[in-house]
Design a binder for this molecule. Structure first.
Ligand SMILES: Nc1ncnc2c1ncn2[C@@H]1O[C@H](COP(=O)(O)OP(=O)(O)OP(=O)(O)O)[C@@H](O)[C@H]1O
Ligand SMILES: [Mg+2]
Length: 305
């Protein structure tokens, strides 16, 4: 109880660091949000991208992207290679600063999301290329997903104290819970880097889930795994939403999985959003079919059939 209260007050502390006027990145919070009246009565999206554009030299990675992700949905972001999918997640997680536009988490808007505060906002992510600590055990990798709870200066003062031990115990229990949930218990002492790729992907999912994020960003969580592992992982993602109530944004190339798993699908092509809707609508959308036929990915052309 005490720990929960302490942890929330620490989160509040970090949020206040970003209060308007003290940080350039914070654009607005209600009631200054001009779109607030338009949304009156409607549930506020967990994530909103408002007119986001991003360029790299002459390359436009994202162009005027608007996106609303409602609480509890699984939202896929699809598109051919280079369409801007990872760039979008990198903007949402603050790794890239957009040239224009804003990212909203609930009622807070950012011109650049403060990456260090991401966990405090209830956001977690996985990466297109695995980002595990290869030399650490599965358990310790999952525990790293809670590192933000024990801020360095704070924990230094507490080392060895009963409170520090209780935080540690609480974190280890949370890690054990998610390890059990994702059926990783038998390998929790194994060194992550020695595991097959599919299992490493699952460990990364566990690390992202351990903090019970409100918003989970997954960049190609099923890439490079076998078909049966893919189905299993997809089921885990669905269960994560159902069990933890996480809202999920998922980048994935396997259209079959995307169609089965998603509530809504946003389609990017050359940095533009060319479609956004439920799977049945996307499947028959001509612009989407053309975008995919244009690059003729083997696994993606099935959209046209
Ligand atoms: N850090 C960067 N520096 C320069 N250009 C970049 C950078 N990140 C992305 N780009 C460019 O932006 C465009 C979008 O890239 P992005 O990685 O977002 O595509 P993607 O849809 O994730 O592709 P893939 O399916 O291959 O992962 C590409 O033209 C890419 O080369
Ligand atoms: Mg990518």
């Amino acid at each position: 109880m005490l720990l929960t209260a302490l942890s929330s007050s620490l989160d509040l502390l970090s949020l206040e660091t970003w209060a308007p006027g003290t940080a350039r990145q914070v654009l607005a919070a209600e009631p200054n949000d001009p779109s607030a009246s338009a949304m009156a009565g409607a549930p506020r999206p967990v994530l909103r991208l408002n007119n986001v554009s991003l360029t790299f030299g002459g390359v436009t990675a994202l162009r005027d992207i608007d996106l609303d992700v409602a609480e509890g949905e699984i939202r896929a972001v699809i598109g051919p290679n280079g369409a801007g999918k990872s760039s979008l997640l990198n903007v949402v997680s603050g790794l890239y600063r957009p040239d224009r536009g804003a990212v909203w988490f609930g009622d807070r808007a950012f011109s650049q999301v403060p990456t260090a505060q991401l966990a405090g906002f209830g956001v977690a992510r996985t990466f297109q290329n695995l980002a595990l600590f290869k030399g650490l055990s599965v358990f310790d990798n999952v525990l790293m997903g809670l590192a933000h709870r024990v801020r360095a200066g704070f924990i230094r003062q507490l080392v060895g104290s009963p409170l520090a031990r209780r935080i540690e115990a609480e974190n280890r229990a949370a890690a054990a819970e998610v390890i059990g949930f994702l059926h990783l218990k038998d390998i929790s002492d194994r060194i992550a880097g020695t595991l097959p790729y599919g299992l490493q992907k699952r460990v990364e999912l566990a690390r992202a889930l351990v903090a019970r994020p409100k918003l989970l960003l997954l960049d190609e969580p099923f890439a490079g795994v076998t078909l049966s592992e893919k189905r299993e992982l997809a089921e885990h993602v669905r269960n994560a939403r159902d069990r933890y109530g996480a809202t999920i944004v998922l980048i994935e190339h396997d259209i079959g999985i995307v169609m089965e798993l998603s509530d809504h699908i946003a389609v990017l092509d050359y940095g533009r959003k060319i479609a956004d809707g439920p799977p049945a609508e996307i499947r028959s959308n001509q612009a989407v079919i053309d975008a995919y036929l244009g690059v003729a990915h083997e696994d993606e052309t099935e959209l046209a059939s």
